[in-house]
Design a protein around this ligand. Sequence first.
Ligand code: CUA
Length: 302
Amino acid sequence: MSGASNFVEGVDLAFTIILGASIFFLIAITILMIYFVIRYRKSKNPKASQIHGNNKLEIIWTVIPTILVLIMFYYGWMGYKPMREVPDDAIPITVYGQMWSWSYEYENGKISDKLVVPLNKAVRLDLVSRDVIHSFYIPAFRIKEDVVPGTDNYMWFIAQEEGSFNVFCAEYCGDRHAYMLSTVEVIPETEYLAWLDRSDVPEGQHPGLTILKQNACISCHSLDGSKLIGPSFQGIYGRTETVVEEGTDSEITVDDDYIKSSINEPNLQVVKDYTPGLMISYKEQLSDEDLNQIIEYFKTLK
Ligand code: CUA
């Protein structure tokens, strides 16, 4: 089978058949319309004639389209059915969708922001949303599935070409939906196994920053002072902020307690002029140790 994944042939076949039928009828109907306009123009046919019923014609225009849509259904079904039948030996990888990034967790606990997979091996993706509905889409592989909070969804594929392929979010999920770009990196299996055992964290990177990156915090909070969805982390520690709690403004100093409560209960005291409800609680994702590392990292961001 050719194509970047094992599904390319089946999907492209269904697509070509439907597109071919559409083009055929577009052209045929247009030609017929032009012909009728000329053939039955007023000067040629001054008196309108009424035609009642034609069984032969009605049977033809019922049977032919029925056969056509059944052919379309057959090829569509043959392309789709294998997508839901995951081989038992598929390598499981968990995909987390969150506003607004994808992250990937491998069997050994490694987390990455690019999906790295071995060539010619079945890979199963378990799709988990941490907040709203996203849609995981790899155009080159011809696969797309919704990532829905509270439900388990999955997809699988065999990558058949080495290289880097785009991943998009195909479900509008808020302000920075368009930033949910990622890639699939297809590499030979030996390289994949070596990559899996290697740490991708840049040498000397603060562990707090690693945690912020892995949890997509920095897709909403900048490190350079620019205003995104949430307040910037630059100079955050010790800063004075006006926060809104149940409609009432108050002044607070950003200290350990405020940072911890903002991560665990992000909608309790929201910094003024920012929209509440856009951040979920990270209580389940981050341990006390993680929170302390984040706080230590904030102290370095002057
Ligand atoms: Cu996630 Cu759009």
